[in-house]
Design a protein. Structure first.
Length: 163
């Protein structure tokens, strides 16, 4: 049975596609690509159908990740098929939990940086959209740091299903 993870930010053109690309690479490296499905979406639909921000694509491709992406808006009906919904900041976390049809669905929503023990109390990935390339590079560093802990948590869930 496939384990499904969806990363969510505001417009699905910066942070969440970056997290999707990095985590998909981690899943493949771990040999779990047939068992874990990775996607992303935005809380809003402003950029639906657009590609990722060119700065996101540049930072991803420069670091060896796939930059291909098409933005979409998160739909409450998706909770039924998702195992984990990863919010990129506390505003997304609140919005997603409000959208959740059931308390069980709301419990599927987690902050990405909660998987990074070095993050401390600041669990938001800052929105790089209105800044320069350094913000996108910082975003990638935060995503990469949290992806290791997230992969460990997902691997535990996937292996638990197989047992």
């Amino acid at each position: 049975m496939t384990y499904r993870v969806c990363f969510v930010c505001t417009g699905n053109i910066c942070r969440s596609p970056m997290a999707e690309s990095v985590f998909r690479a981690r899943v493949a490296e771990a040999g779990l690509d047939g068992l874990v499905e990775v996607g992303s979406a935005g809380t809003g639909g402003w950029h639906e159908g657009d590609g990722a921000d060119p700065r996101t694509v540049s930072v991803l491709e420069h670091s060896g990740y796939d930059g291909g992406h098409t933005a979409r808006q998160f739909q409450p009906s998706w909770f039924a098929r998702l195992d984990l919904v990863i919010a990129l900041d506390s505003g997304h976390l609140k919005a997603l939990r409000r959208l959740a049809p059931t308390p069980e669905d709301a419990a599927k929503v987690r902050l990405l940086r909660s998987y990074d023990p070095a993050a401390g109390d600041d669990l938001d990935v800052p929105d790089p959209y209105y800044g320069g390339m350094d913000g996108f590079e910082e975003c990638l560093e935060m995503v990469e740091a949290a992806s290791e802990g997230l992969l460990a948590a997902v691997r535990e869930q996937v292996e638990g299903r197989a047992a």
